[in-house]
Design a protein around this ligand. Structure first.
Ligand code: PDD
Length: 284
C-alpha cells in the first residue's frame, strides 16, 4: 500500500505531496504541529491533542484553521488510506504561503498537512532495561508551551544525545533546573516516593502523555508534586523516567553517565508504565 498524505484539502501520494516554497512554516517556522499515537487503528487521547492544538494556534494568532470536526475526518481518512493499525498521525498547520515578510500577511490562509506512518509501539526492551540520558543547557525561547515547528535547539540536543550514546537530552534552565527533554517530559521519584514533574509553565510543553499520566497518578493515589527539580536532585533520585506520545513511559537509569539508584528501572516507574499502557489500550 503506497502512502497517502493530506495537503491543504487534497489527498496525494506521499512522495508527490508538497507545499509552496513561500510557506511560512518553511521560511519562518511559523506554524504548529501535533503527533498523535495510533493504537489498534484508533487515535490515543485525540481530544487532549486537539485542545492543545487550539491553544498553540491561539497563542500564535493563526486564524481560520480547519475546525476540529473536519480535522477529525481527515485524521480518520489518513489512518484508513494508509492502513495504519499501529503508528502515528502527524499534523502541521502553518500560517500559510505569502511573499516573504516577517509581519503577518494581510490575506493568508493556514495550510494544513496531515501524514500517517505505520510504526511499532516503542521497543519493549527500552521499557524493560530503561534508557540513558544526558543533560544540556536549555537554549530555547521563552514560549516552549507552544507546540511550534521551530525545533532547532531540540534537533541539536537530540543529535548530541545520540552521538553520546544516550536516548534523550534533558534541558537545564539558567537556575540549574531541568525543564524537559528535547521531545519528552522529565520526571523523578524522590526518596519519599513523591512523583515529581515540572509544572506546565512557559518553559515546557504540556505533554498529552504527561496530562494522562497525572490523571492516573491522582486516581491511583500516588504522592505527586508539580515543581521544578535540579540536575543534582535528579541524579540523587530514587527513580527517573520520561514520557511522550512516541516513547510512552520510559524508565531513565543513567544521567550523564551516573546510574540512578541501583541503575535499573524503578518499581514505581514500572507501575506507571503499565498503568499508562492500559490507558492507551482503553483510550484507543
Ligand atoms: N514530542 N516536550 C517536547 C519538547 C516535545 O516535543 C514533546 C512531544 C513532549 C511530549 O508531549 P506528548 O506527550 O504530547 O507527546 C514534551 C513529539 C512526540 C514529537 O515532537 O515528535
Amino acid at each position: 500500500m503506497s502512502r497517502i498524505a493530506y495537503v491543504d484539502g487534497v489527498y496525494r501520494p506521499h512522495r508527490e505531496a508538497a507545499v509552496h516554497i513561500e510557506d511560512r512554516g518553511y521560511q519562518f517556522a511559523d506554524g504548529v504541529y501535533e503527533v498523535i499515537a495510533v493504537r489498534c487503528g484508533r487515535l490515543v487521547d485525540e481530544q487532549l491533542h486537539l485542545v492543545r492544538l487550539r491553544r498553540s494556534l491561539g497563542e500564535l494568532r493563526i486564524e481560520g484553521a480547519l475546525a476540529d470536526a473536519p480535522l477529525k475526518v481527515v485524521f480518520r481518512e489518513v489512518i484508513r488510506r494508509n492502513g495504519i493499525v499501529e503508528g502515528i498521525v502527524y499534523l502541521q498547520i502553518t500560517r500559510g504561503a505569502a511573499p516573504r515578510d516577517h509581519g503577518f500577511p494581510k490575506s493568508v490562509r493556514p495550510v494544513t498537512v496531515v501524514t500517517g506512518r505505520r510504526a511499532r509501539p516503542p521497543d519493549p526492551k527500552l521499557g524493560r532495561d530503561g534508557v540513558k540520558i544526558i543533560t544540556i543547557p536549555d537554549i530555547r525561547w521563552q514560549r516552549c508551551d507552544i507546540k511550534s515547528v521551530a525545533l532547532l535547539p531540540n534537533v541539536l540536543g537530540k543529535q548530541q544525545a545520540r552521538e553520546q550514546g544516550a536516548y534523550e537530552a534533558w534541558q537545564v534552565d539558567a537556575e540549574g533546573r531541568i525543564t524537559e527533554g528535547t521531545s519528552t517530559n522529565a520526571w523523578i521519584v524522590t526518596g519519599d516516593k513523591l512523583v515529581v514533574t515540572r509544572a506546565a509553565d512557559h518553559a515546557i510543553l504540556n505533554g498529552v502523555t504527561r496530562q494522562a499520566l497525572i490523571e492516573i497518578i491522582r486516581r491511583e493515589g500516588f504522592g505527586f508534586a508539580e515543581r521544578a527539580f535540579t540536575v543534582a536532585e535528579a541524579k540523587a533520585a530514587r527513580e527517573a523516567f520520561l514520557t511522550s506520545t512516541t516513547a510512552d513511559v520510559l524508565p531513565v537509569v543513567e544521567i550523564d553517565g551516573q546510574p540512578i539508584a541501583n541503575g535499573v528501572p524503578g518499581s514505581l516507574s514500572e507501575k506507571l508504565r503499565g498503568a499508562y499502557r492500559a490507558h492507551v489500550t482503553e483510550s484507543a
